[in-house]
Design a protein around this ligand. Structure first.
Ligand code: NHR
Ligand code: GAR
Length: 214
């Protein structure tokens, strides 16, 4: 059975969705860069090995990356899943795991890379927002896209209401993407994801329209 690792920084709701999804693989560790990440307790309650690699005790980004890579490689995972992981990873780290590392990002990439995506979506007045699972490459939030889900932006949305609507979709598409990877159905060709997925139309999911659009 394939082995995967989840990297978190906080609450860990995406990690929970992954662990609850009965993926065709075994989670061998959950690693956080913050000792107080809420998600660590849930992982422990499931009997999963946890580790903290605290970025604050390392001299610089390269030292942190090296310690994190060493902890990951101890478990020899087939797949590394960033789930609300909040530290930008350096080129050397990414190259070590390239092609077997996925991230869930809370926007419809390539719109709104980086932090504060919901705030920026509201500021721009976009009418559709959403989330993206992509392969991690050295350039932030720019790797090949596996799956996206869209939600409407409503006239009275706040960052909180919009992020919780997006989060529902994150919890659906991330386990789906991880399952496809673990089943060997995702392949990279010319910087794009070629999927062998028995699905006729596309790999996009559209949330059902909500009433009350402005
Ligand atoms: N690293 C690389 N090389 N490529 C990607 O695509 C990455 C990555 C590391 C994390 C997740 C990402 C997201 O989904 C991710 C993708 C953190 C930041 C950030 O600016 C930006 C994007 C993402 C994660 N972090 C600050 C930093 O200085 C710290 C913020 C904090 O600690 O709260 O690293 O959006
Ligand atoms: C999620 O919305 C995730 O997409 C986002 O942070 C949240 C983490 O929630 N990730 C980023 O913003 C990465 N910069 P979770 O800890 O409950 O999964």
């Amino acid at each position: 059975m394939k082995k995967y690792i989840i990297l978190i920084s906080g609450r860990g709701s995406n990690m929970e969705a992954l662990l609850n999804a009965d993926l065709p693989g075994r989670c061998v560790a959950v690693i956080s860069n913050r000792p107080d990440a809420g998600g660590l307790d849930f992982a422990r309650s499931k009997g999963i090995a946890t580790a903290v690699i605290d970025h604050r005790v390392h001299a610089d980004r390269n030292a942190f990356d090296a310690a994190l890579a060493a902890e990951i490689e101890r478990h020899a995972p087939d797949l590394v899943l960033l789930a609300g992981f909040m530290r930008v990873l350096g080129d050397d780290f990414v190259r070590r795991f390239e092609g077997r590392m996925l991230n869930i990002h809370p926007s419809l990439l390539p719109a709104f890379p980086g932090m504060h995506t919901h705030r920026e979506a509201l500021a721009k007045g976009v009418k559709l927002h959403g989330c993206t699972v992509h392969f991690v490459t050295p350039t932030l939030d720019s790797g090949p896209i596996v799956i996206q889900a869209a939600v409407p932006v409503l006239g009275d949305d706040t960052e909180a209401s919009l992020s919780s609507r997006v989060l529902v979709q994150e919890h659906l598409i991330y386990p789906q993407a991880a399952a496809w990877f673990l089943q060997g159905r995702l392949h990279l060709a010319d910087g794009r994801v070629v999927s062998r997925i028995p699905q006729p139309d596309s790999d996009a999911m559209i949330a059902p329209p909500l009433t009350g659009l402005p």
